[in-house]
Design a protein around this ligand. Structure first.
Ligand code: AP5
Ligand code: MG
Length: 221
């Protein structure tokens, strides 16, 4: 049965890393609201300017703006079956909005927490680099590219360092997560829709567990 898989986790928990693997290997589309907002970076509209400023601050984009974008994106053909939401919902209001969408699309929600303690996140975030061409995620401490500052697959492109991956912004993002997103864990747990994976292990070990959770849920393509 098709489902909406919600990946929840603090900034740097590894949502993007895992969602990319699931997309590559199982063909389940990854919808990352953070990536979609970052793609607006070159647009010269008042909304894009507002979004840029919010992302740089480490705070959240308004719920309605975010939901409209998710609704439009998940209406596309590739989301006819199961899809993965990476970074949405992030507030109780967004969770309510997603309930509506789940009903309209006739797909139940299954939430998975990628659990990592805050102490481990700073190095993951400040050390993260990503490829502007393919989006591959690296880390100067844990997953360095073969050539410094260059993607293994696209060496012509210089790796990006996200503007919100500085120590100062990481603190704001973790506070934002604690205040707005953590309540969602109880929300999904109470309704029996939350599963947890230990996100402190190697990415491949976490992936294997996620893959088997999805297989149990009978959603793998
Ligand atoms: P978003 O892009 O979603 O950022 P985030 O939630 O802060 O999460 P990250 O992307 O930083 O971390 P991740 O869990 O994907 O980790 P990753 O796999 O990259 O959102 C950015 C901004 O957009 C928000 O602050 C907000 O302003 C806005 N926004 C987005 N969604 C919104 C919404 N719904 N509502 C309102 N506003 C919204 O891994 C991190 C690093 O760790 C990498 O270097 C990676 O190589 C490394 N790593 C990964 N796994 C492991 C592992 N197992 N062991 C060691 N290292 C690892
Ligand atoms: Mg991410």
């Amino acid at each position: 049965m098709s489902k909406i898989i919600v990946l929840i986790g603090a900034p740097g928990a590894g949502k993007g890393t895992q969602a990319r693997l699931l997309q590559e290997r199982l063909g389940v589309p990854q919808i990352s609201t953070g990536d979609m907002f970052r793609e607006m970076k070159d647009a010269d509209t008042p909304l894009a300017k507002e979004v840029r400023e919010i992302l740089a601050s480490g705070k959240l984009v308004p719920d309605e703006v975010t939901f409209e974008m998710v609704k439009e994106r998940t209406a596309r053909d590739d989301c006819k079956g199961t899809y993965i939401l990476d970074g949405f919902p992030r507030t109780p209001v967004q969770a309510e909005m997603l309930e509506q969408l789940s009903e309209e699309q006739g797909k139940p929600i299954s939430a998975i927490l990628v659990d990592v303690s805050f102490d481990d996140l700073e190095k993951r975030l400040t050390g993260r680099r990503s490829c502007p061409v393919c989006g591959e995620i690296y880390n100067i401490h844990f997953k360095a590219p073969k050539q410094e500052g260059r993607c293994d697959l696209h060496p012509e492109a210089e790796l990006l360092h996200r503007a919100d991956d500085t120590s100062e912004k990481v603190t704001v993002r973790l506070e934002t997560y604690e205040e707005n997103t953590k309540p969602l864990l109880e929300y999904y747990e109470k309704s029996g829709r939350l599963q947890k994976v230990d996100g402190k292990r190697l990415p491949e070990e976490i992936y294997k567990e996620l893959e088997s959770l999805l297989a149990v849920n009978n959603v793998a393509a």
